[in-house]
Design a protein around this ligand. Structure first.
Ligand code: ZN
Ligand code: ZN
Length: 137
């Protein structure tokens, strides 16, 4: 069982299936929708997915024909993407509350990547927030 919820907690879901392979999507529509370098996603079977709270608060943006990006109208969290003809829905993993032991398999849509992000660059990792004060040399 997987569970997930939005930032404000008004919308939540359950999935009675394991998570599919994890992918980081760099396409321009994911970057814009999420305001970030990429969106981390995995597929789950549509018939195993159900909303458990707040379904009436969902809004959707049809970013390409038949593809609906569903988000919480109160807090803006992108929760899933849904192609109406497919047997799966695409979970936005930032909203998943269940820990996963699987690790991301690949980056997709690198042809559309943000100019400032390259996944091959190793970066320092910090346990909490920190903003460098000087520009890169
Ligand atoms: Zn919300
Ligand atoms: Zn994408």
């Amino acid at each position: 069982m997987l569970t997930g919820s939005c930032l404000c907690g008004s919308v939540s879901y359950e999935v009675d299936a394991p998570a599919g392979p994890i992918v980081h999507c760099h396409c321009a529509t994911c970057r814009k929708a999420h305001g970030s370098a990429f969106s981390s996603v995995c597929e789950v079977p549509r018939d195993k997915f159900r909303w458990t709270r707040g379904e009436a608060l969902l809004r959707a943006y049809e970013s390409s024909p038949g593809k609906f990006r569903r988000f919480c109208s109160q807090c803006g969290s992108q929760i899933l993407a849904d192609r109406v003809t497919r047997a799966t829905v695409l979970l936005r993993l930032g909203c998943l509350d269940t820990p996963l032991s699987d690790r991301p398999r690949c980056h997709i849509w690198r042809s559309d990547s943000a100019s400032w992000y390259d996944p091959k660059h190793d970066l320092p990792e910090l346990p909490e927030g920190f903003v460098p004060t000087s520009p890169a040399a």
